[in-house]
Write a protein that binds this ligand. Structure first.
Ligand code: SF4
Length: 385
């Protein structure tokens, strides 16, 4: 690689020269600076460049254009009301069958007891995702959202992935469609949806890692329906297993297309594959993603998903230390306090299960950004000037 310098307009958001050591990035840098959209082929160049610092700078320009110096986090609690699941995704170490060691299955009083245990007056988001329980009735889920909304009025309920919404349509009698399921949940108090269950949209991969889960088309349909109803959602991508780089980009482009149509996504969250206690890891040989893969992936996402307000670095999966670095590689959100994460840890996440607000503020501040505590809808609650 020969060292090249592109000079930016001094008025530009980046405010300095942009040094790119890979000439292949120059054409893409021009497109980024002019606000032009990148193609799948551009994305492949970004994934293959050896100039990772240059890639990070480009992503940082887009991030800064969207949020300036701010970096967001939320006071949140993760709630998984059960780990019983019949779906059998090969990458999942969380799922259990009835009677197995380590199984749990909360009834409603147990859910209230669980939330009470972690309650904090600043708690603003209860984030729920769980297994697909084969026996729970539809009313249980409505009562769960309604009960949380009534008992903890300051906390917004952000609940259930598109895969779980798809499951709910199967347990309703008479059978309800996505629109009706979501409408009833919204009437009970649901304010947003998490982004899980997307995995990788490519059918080739999905057949191997999530054969019995919601299809890609149906995942997108659930989110389209949610957006049409005025329910904001998030989107994930599970990477670092058997997918190709082109399949990662295809995944992002399908999300970008839906966002063009609806504008209902709040954030994109790449999830690094966790390689313990699951069949897929056993087939592949155990390995975590590398720090460079994580950073590269976040930066590419920031550049490709020009219509997403935020790209999130999920500190649980990529560690708090790398999340700090990623604040200079395109991310504008670091998720939250979380308190009691179970899903990633069941598959080998090595981080703590939660962080305090002070720790998150320190993490953002020492990375040179202004911490902003937000709610589930990205309304700003407190700016730590
Ligand atoms: S990822 Fe979700 S749907 Fe798949 S097996 Fe695990 S809990 Fe079940």
């Amino acid at each position: 690689m020969s060292s090249q310098v592109l000079t930016l307009n001094p008025e530009s958001p980046a405010g300095s020269d942009l040094i790119l050591r890979d000439k292949a990035l120059h054409r893409i840098a021009e497109a980024v600076l002019e606000g032009r959209r990148l193609s799948l082929e551009d994305g492949l160049v970004l994934y293959h460049t050896r100039d990772v610092p240059g890639l990070m700078r480009l992503a940082d320009i887009v991030r800064r254009r969207k949020v300036g110096d701010k970096a967001y986090f939320v006071h949140s609690l993760r709630l998984s009301q059960t780990n019983i699941c019949y779906v059998g995704c090969t990458f999942c170490g969380f799922q259990r069958k009835f009677g197995e060691d380590g199984v749990w299955d909360y009834d409603l009083p147990q859910v209230w007891e669980y939330v009470d245990r972690f309650w904090h007056p600043d708690l603003t988001e209860i984030h729920i995702s769980s297994g697909h329980h084969p026996k729970r009735q539809w009313d249980y889920y409505l009562d769960l959202v309604r009960g949380l909304t009534e008992r903890y009025p300051g906390a917004q309920v952000k609940a259930w992935t598109a895969a779980e919404i798809h499951h709910f349509t199967k347990i309703t009698r008479p059978r309800l469609d996505y629109r009706e399921v979501l409408s009833q949940l919204m009437a009970a108090g649901l304010v947003a949806m998490p982004g899980g269950g997307a995995e990788i949209f490519a059918e080739r991969v999905r057949k191997q890692i999530a054969r019995a889960k919601v299809t890609s088309d149906d995942w997108l349909k659930v989110h389209r329906t949610a957006h049409e109803l005025g329910l904001p959602t998030n989107a994930t991508m599970l990477y670092g297993h058997i997918e190709t780089l082109a399949e990662r980009l295809d995944h992002m482009l399908r999300l970008r297309e839906l966002q063009d149509e609806t504008g209902g996504f709040l954030s994109f969250i790449p999830l690094a594959f966790q390689p313990d206690n699951n069949r897929l890891a056993a087939e592949l040989g155990t390995r975590h993603t590398t720090g460079i893969d994580d950073l590269r992936n976040l930066a590419v996402a920031r550049l490709m998903l020009d219509n997403f307000p935020h790209v999130k670095g999920y500190w649980i999966m990529i560690t708090p230390e790398l999340t700090q670095v990623a604040l200079s590689a395109g991310i504008s959100d670091i998720d939250g306090t979380i308190k009691d994460e179970k899903i990633a840890h069941a598959s080998g996440a090595v981080t703590e299960k939660g962080m305090t607000e002070d720790e998150l503020v320190r993490l953002v501040r020492t990375a040179g950004r202004v911490p902003v505590r937000r709610d589930a809808l990205y309304n700003e609650l407190h700016v730590y000037a």
